[in-house]
Design a protein around this ligand. Structure first.
Ligand SMILES: Cc1cc2nc3c(=O)[nH]c(=O)nc-3n(C[C@H](O)[C@H](O)[C@H](O)COP(=O)(O)OP(=O)(O)OC[C@H]3O[C@@H](n4cnc5c(N)ncnc54)[C@H](O)[C@@H]3O)c2cc1C
Length: 412
């Protein structure tokens, strides 16, 4: 049978958590993912060969106990699998030396600016305008703009200030920051294994059609029909899928530009480098935004580092040379490596007005749009958007007393 209450397109954390909600609601749910594996930006590389049993993260690396909309989807067993990350410092790297982040604070301008934290609203301001004001321009330019670019894996000046560090309640029964044994991909694996929903990998959805109140989703020769549709793909992909049936929504989605980051992870023998243990390093005017270390989940034999490079600057040899300089070891010390090109939305100040406009267009529709281009880019932001959109669809179903049930035939 190829008729569903809900089809979710895209099997990253947004789509996985939405599909889990559908299954828990008792909806007949189908999740379609283009890649051969679920997870999207939960992209743990698990090694074989010389680094057998070791893993590094090629995108997201840390989750927090403030990710409530995600954590509420995990049962007690799954919560028990969350592994606290060791507390280690972040450093800055200027191409020659590692320094403490405090070394780059400009105290004479920082101290007088700090009281402005109390009465400067973030709304409508970008990171440069807001933090330049409340932390002082010198500290912003010498440290914060690099730190924010490291956090966001893209140039950060124009990013909306009100979407970073939103205050959220923290769960006290969960480690403050955590990963899983085997990396964050484990989160995707737990959610993909939800009983009650069907999940198909290797299915790239090509087009979407409306059929009365329902939808038909096409991939190659196959098609499926559903009462509710959730697009959990990047904004530019959602724009393409909606161009024919929802041109106005598509025009909004086209406004979100992608920011690319070229991520390269390397594994070295623990005794082959003398680098002190660290959580990661912020690149100061470097070819990479950041280096994220695996030291937070230590291993007796190996150490791993993922470098998030600015796009289009260096070939692989050039990247390995930068990595060797950072590690203080020749490229031959690398026993394993892995690469991935990631794309994140480049959001701009005033983005919440864009979200409101899109939500107005969605209201009354059986279509949900979810992803990292609504409330922020973190895993927690994605799960929060998925929850809000699921509640909207559920509410619509409950209140639509005359809601038609799916009809017509499909081919699976
Ligand atoms: C380098 C980097 C570091 C990060 N670090 C962190 C961190 O430490 N902590 C944190 O909270 N967040 C972090 N993030 C952000 C976070 O990982 C992502 O924003 C989030 O995982 C995005 O999830 P998503 O499901 O919305 O999108 P994605 O993960 O992009 O998933 C979208 C999925 O849709 C699929 N898809 C696309 N088109 C189609 C189609 N036509 N048919 C079917 N499937 C399709 C894709 O294959 C993909 O699997 C990081 C991101 C990056 C890139």
């Amino acid at each position: 049978m190829s008729e569903y209450d809900l089809i979710v397109v895209g099997g990253g954390i947004s789509g996985l958590s939405f599909a889990r909600r559908g299954a828990l609601q008792g909806w007949r749910t189908l999740l379609l993912e283009a890649d051969q594996r679920f997870g999207g930006c939960l992209a743990t590389q698990r090694y074989t060969g010389a680094a057998e049993g070791y893993w590094t993260e090629l995108a997201a690396h840390t989750a927090y106990n403030s990710y409530g909309a995600l954590l509420e989807l995990l049962d007690a067993n799954q919560l028990g699998r969350l592994q606290p990350r060791h507390k280690l410092p972040w450093r800055v790297w200027d191409g020659a030396r590692l320094q403490s982040v405090f070394a780059r604070l400009h105290w004479p301008s920082l101290l007088p600016a700090l009281p402005r934290l109390l009465f400067t609203p973030k709304q409508g301001l970008d990171l440069r305008a807001y933090y330049g004001r409340v932390m002082g321009r010198r500290t912003y330019d010498s440290l914060l703009r690099h730190a924010f670019s490291a956090v966001l894996a893209q140039p950060a000046d124009a990013f909306p200030a009100d979407l970073l560090f939103r205050k959220k309640p923290r769960r006290q029964d969960v480690p403050r920051s955590y990963t899983l044994n085997g990396g964050l991909l484990g989160l995707a694996e737990m959610l993909a294994a939800t009983p009650g929903h069907e999940a198909k990998a290797g299915v790239a959805v090509e087009c979407i059609q409306r059929e009365g109140e329902a939808f038909r989703v096409h991939a190659g020769a196959a098609s499926w029909r559903c009462r509710h549709l959730a697009l959990a793909v990047p904004a530019w992909e959602a724009a393409r899928l909606l161009e024919g049936e929802y041109p106005e929504l598509a025009r909004y989605l086209q406004q979100i530009a992608p920011a690319e980051v070229e991520s390269l992870a390397v594994v070295v023998a623990r005794d082959s480098i003398g680098l002190p243990e660290l959580a990661g390093a912020i690149g100061i005017d470097q070819d990479f935004y950041s280096v994220v270390s695996r030291d937070v989940v230590p291993d007796a034999r190996l150490r791993g580092f993922t470098f998030h490079f600015r796009p289009g600057r260096l070939d692989r040899a050039g990247k390995l040379a930068r990595i060797a300089a950072f590690l203080g070891a020749p490229p031959e010390a690398i026993v394993a490596s892995a690469e991935r090109c990631n794309r994140l939305p480049a959001l701009k100040a005033g983005h919440l007005a864009w979200v409101s406009a899109v939500d107005r267009l969605l209201s009354g529709e059986r279509l949900a749009l979810i992803g990292n281009y609504f409330y922020g880019v973190s895993i927690g932001d994605c799960a929060e958007r998925a929850k809000a959109e699921f509640e909207r669809l559920k509410q619509r179903t409950v209140s639509a007393t005359t809601s038609p049930s799916p009809s017509g035939r499909g081919q699976g």
